[in-house]
Design a protein around this ligand. Structure first.
Ligand code: GTP
Ligand code: MG
Length: 442
C-alpha cells in the first residue's frame, strides 16, 4: 500500500485544507501528514498519546483551542515514555486565520522534548499538552522563544489535540503548475495552434477504451473548460444502458467565439465479450475515415463497404490523427487479461497505421483518496504513479504520453486544477496529432 494510501486512517483529521496548506509551509520538503492520534477519540491523557505515538519518527503535534488558534510543535525525534531529547530541527508554531503562520525554532542544543508517561507531547517543558486532561500548560523556558499570548492567545483549554507522523515525500512524478495563469496559457496555446498540415482544419482525436471508462465525460470536460461552465453535450453514464452507442464527433467553441483546431470522436465502449461493445473492426474503420457521423454501432457486425453512409475514399482530414485509450484508474485491475489482449491486438494495427497514441487515466479522484481530497496531490501520489507505470508497461506507451484527469461529472462549477489537467492532456493530444501530419510528409 502506498504512503499516500496509508495516510487515510479510520479517524478523520480536523485540519481544514487551508490549515494543511499553511502547515505545509513549515517544511522545506513536501510532506504527507498521517494522523496517529486524536485526543477526542483516543483520550486526553498521556498514556493514550504514548500508546499511539511512541516510536513513530518525526511528528507534528496540532492543538486547537476555542480562541481559534491552531498551534503545536514538531520534533524529528521519536516520542518515548521517558527521557529528554535534544533536537535542533524541532520548532513550535502557531496558525490563526487572518493572523497567519509563525514558526519558533528551538534554541540550539537545548532540550527540545521532555518525555513523560503522564504527559502528552511536551516541548521543552514549555508547551505541555494534556498536562492535566484537556488543558495545556505553557511556561516560558530556555528552549523556545515565544510568549503564551502569541502562541495560543492565552487560552489554555484544548478543544482537540492531534499528532501526525510527518512523512517526507519524494519529488513529484510530474511537474505541473496548477494555477489560473497556467490554465489561461494552455487555452491560448490550444486556440492559436497552427496544424502542420494547414489544409486540414481540425486534428481528429479518437477516444476508445472499456465501457464506462470516462470517454464521453472527457468530451464534456473539454467542452466545459472551453465554455467556462459545466456542460453535458456527450451524454455520459457509461455501460449497457447509458453508454455511447453512436459514433459522434465534437468540435468546441470558446466563450469568446474562438474555436480550437481539434475534434474529439466518441465511440461505444469495448468489452471482453462479443455480445456487447464496439467491434474491433469498427475502430480500425473509424481510424481510416470510413465511418460516417452518427453511425449506430452494431455490436455483432462491423460496418461494411455497402453500409449506408460508408465513406469509401476518406481524405486525410476525415481520418483519425491521434488515438486516446481511456482507462479508469480507480479499478483495482486497470485491464483484465482478456481486455489487455483485445486492446493490444487493436493497438498493433493502430501502430501499423503510424497513428500517435495517448492514454488518459480517468477517475483519479476515486483511485486515490488523497487525490480525491485535493486533486493537486495527483503528481505526488505514489498510487497514481504506479498506475501510470503499470499502464505504460501494459500498452507499451511512454510515460510522457499518459495523462491522469478528473472529469466533470459531479461538480457544477469549473475548477482551475481540474482544467489544468484536462488541458495538459488535450494540448499533448494536439501536438501528437501534429506529429502524424509531419510524418506523412516525410
Ligand atoms: N469519480 C469519477 N467518476 C467519473 C469520472 N469520469 C467519469 N466518471 C463516472 O463514470 C461514469 C461513466 O462515464 P462515461 O463518460 O459515460 O464513460 P464512457 O467511457 O463514455 O462509457 P461508454 O460510453 O459506456 O463506453 C460517469 O457516469 C461518471 O459517473 C472521473 O473522472 N471521476
Ligand atoms: Mg460514452
Amino acid at each position: 500500500m502506498s504512503r499516500l494510501h496509508r495516510a487515510m486512517s479510520e479517524i478523520t483529521s480536523k485540519l481544514t485544507i487551508e490549515e494543511r496548506e499553511q502547515i505545509a509551509k513549515l517544511f522545506n520538503e513536501k510532506v504527507n501528514l498521517h494522523l496517529l492520534y486524536k485526543a477526542s477519540v483516543h483520550g486526553f491523557d498521556g498514556k493514550s498519546f504514548h500508546d499511539k505515538c511512541d516510536g513513530q519518527g518525526p511528528t507534528l503535534t496540532v492543538g486547537y483551542n476555542k480562541s481559534g488558534y491552531v498551534f503545536g510543535g514538531y520534533t524529528s525525534e521519536d516520542f518515548v515514555t521517558d527521557g529528554n531529547k535534544k533536537d535542533n530541527k524541532a520548532f513550535l508554531y502557531r496558525f490563526r486565520h487572518a493572523y497567519g503562520l509563525m514558526k519558533f525554532a528551538v534554541q540550539l542544543n537545548t532540550v527540545a522534548v521532555y518525555n513523560h508517561l503522564k504527559h502528552g507531547p511536551n516541548f521543552g517543558d514549555s508547551l505541555v499538552f494534556m498536562a492535566d486532561g484537556n488543558r495545556i500548560r505553557y511556561t516560558s523556558g530556555p528552549s523556545y522563544c515565544v510568549d503564551e499570548n502569541t502562541l495560543l492567545g492565552g487560552d489554555q483549554n484544548l478543544s482537540e489535540c492531534e499528532v501526525y507522523r510527518v512523512e517526507e515525500l519524494k519529488a513529484p512524478w510530474r511537474n505541473i503548475t496548477f494555477d489560473e495563469w497556467h490554465k489561461r496559457n494552455q487555452i491560448a496555446s490550444i486556440n492559436s495552434y497552427k496544424l502542420y498540415r494547414s489544409s486540414v482544419p481540425q486534428a481528429r482525436i479518437l477516444l476508445i477504451g472499456p465501457i464506462g471508462g470516462g470517454k464521453s465525460s472527457f468530451i464534456n470536460s473539454v467542452n466545459s473548460v472551453f465554455r467556462g461552465h459545466v456542460t453535458n453535450r456527450a451524454l455520459a453514464g457509461g455501460g449497457t444502458i447509458n453508454g455511447t452507442k453512436m459514433f459522434r464527433t465534437y468540435s468546441f467553441g470558446n466563450a469568446d467565439g474562438k474555436s480550437p483546431p481539434l475534434m474529439l470522436c466518441d465511440t461505444m465502449g469495448m468489452t471482453e465479450c462479443t455480445e456487447w461493445g464496439i467491434h474491433s473492426d469498427d475502430i480500425i474503420s473509424i481510424i481510416k475515415g470510413h465511418v460516417p457521423k452518427k453511425y449506430q454501432f452494431n455490436t455483432t457486425s462491423p460496418i461494411q463497404t455497402d453500409t449506408k453512409g460508408y465513406i469509401k475514399s476518406a481524405t486525410i482530414g476525415e481520418r483519425i490523427h491521434c488515438v486516446v485509450y481511456v482507462l479508469d484508474a480507480s479499478k483495482p485491475t486497470l485491464l483484465s487479461p482478456e481486455m489487455e489482449r483485445k486492446m493490444c491486438t487493436i493497438q498493433s494495427q493502430i501502430t501499423d497505421l503510424e497513428i500517435p497514441q495517448v492514454v488518459l487515466l480517468t477517475k483519479v479522484d476515486e483511485a486515490c483518496p488523497l487525490v480525491g481530497e485535493d486533486l493537486r496531490n495527483v503528481v505526488w501520489s505514489e498510487h497514481i504513479e504506479q498506475k501510470v507505470l503499470e499502464v505504460g508497461k501494459k500498452l507499451c506507451v511512454p510515460v510522457s504520453c499518459i495523462f491522469p484527469v478528473k472529469n466533470y461529472w459531479l461538480d457544477i462549477k469549473c475548477d482551475d486544477v481540474m482544467d489544468v489537467l484536462i488541458l495538459s492532456a488535450l494540448l499533448q493530444m494536439l501536438r501528437y496529432a501534429d506529429d502524424y501530419f509531419e510524418n506523412l510528409d516525410d
